[in-house]
Write a protein that binds this ligand. Structure first.
Ligand code: JB2
Length: 210
């Protein structure tokens, strides 16, 4: 499938960032889907049209959706909902530095000024947000989000659906489980179990999900 009809799923703040990156990269966006047809993205120059509902994506030949909403739980539900639909190739801002040996999977996003270093693997639907650093041999799981200016040292593992908050630092080799929340500015020095929320310097567990 070619990406001739990329549709952004979402029209809020994150969609604006993704549209901007796509426009900078010369990637055409066919439309966006949002509950609100007047979503914030419509104020951006170059905004594509609002296209119907989710059926528009599943029924139209050649439509490739890409998640453009930040909420990781909602994103996970949408990934399930779309099932076998072919998601779009990753959108990568041209100012990002991505090693030739790194891999960015379908549905991924790499924002402006981000670095993805040698042999790093960014799984499907993951977000590497503005200015984030993903060092060599890191694995970023499915639908994980590395927030703006967060830094992952070499060999770090980030599980599926995990949020690394703005400006957090994860020391080299640390393993972070699935559905974890790392608070903004935290410094993670030890492994983190599935579902845990950690904050602070050094990061401490303050909650465990259900
Ligand atoms: O179920 C839904 C749904 N729920 C919310 N289906 C569809 N199609 N759309 C939905 N939305 C839409 O997502 C809302 O109408 C709204 O337009 C959009 C969410 O926009 P918002 O600006 O609130 O959040 P965001 O997800 O784009 O951005 C968040 O995450 C980013 C990573 C913000 O926290 C940003 O600051 C952050 N950078």
């Amino acid at each position: 499938m070619t990406d001739t009809h990329i549709i952004l799923i979402g029209g809020g703040g994150h969609a604006k960032v993704m549209l901007d990156a796509a426009l900078c990269a010369g990637v055409a966006i066919h439309g966006f889907i949002d509950d609100d047809p007047d979503a914030p993205i419509t104020k951006l120059r170059g905004c594509p049209g609002h296209v119907g509902g989710f059926d528009e994506v599943t029924s139209r030949t050649g439509c490739c959706p890409i998640l453009a909403i930040g909420d990781l739980e909602l994103r996970a539900r949408l990934i399930d909902r779309f099932g076998d639909v072919d998601f779009a190739s990753p959108i990568i801002h041209p100012s990002a530095i991505v090693s030739a040996s790194a891999g960015i999977a379908l549905g991924g996003f790499v924002g402006p000024g981000a670095v993805v270093n040698a042999d790093a693997k960014v799984c499907s639907h993951a977000i590497i947000n503005s200015g984030a650093i993903v060092e060599h041999d890191v694995r970023v799981g499915i639908n994980a989000h590395v927030g703006p200016r967060a830094a992952l040292g070499g060999g770090v593992v980030v599980g599926n659906h995990t949020l690394i908050g703005i400006g957090a630092v994860v020391l080299p080799g640390v393993k972070i489980g699935s559905s974890v929340v790392v608070g903004g500015g935290a410094v993670v020095t030890q492994d983190v179990g599935d579902g845990e929320t950690v904050v602070g310097v050094p990061a401490r567990v303050v909650g465990v999900g259900v």
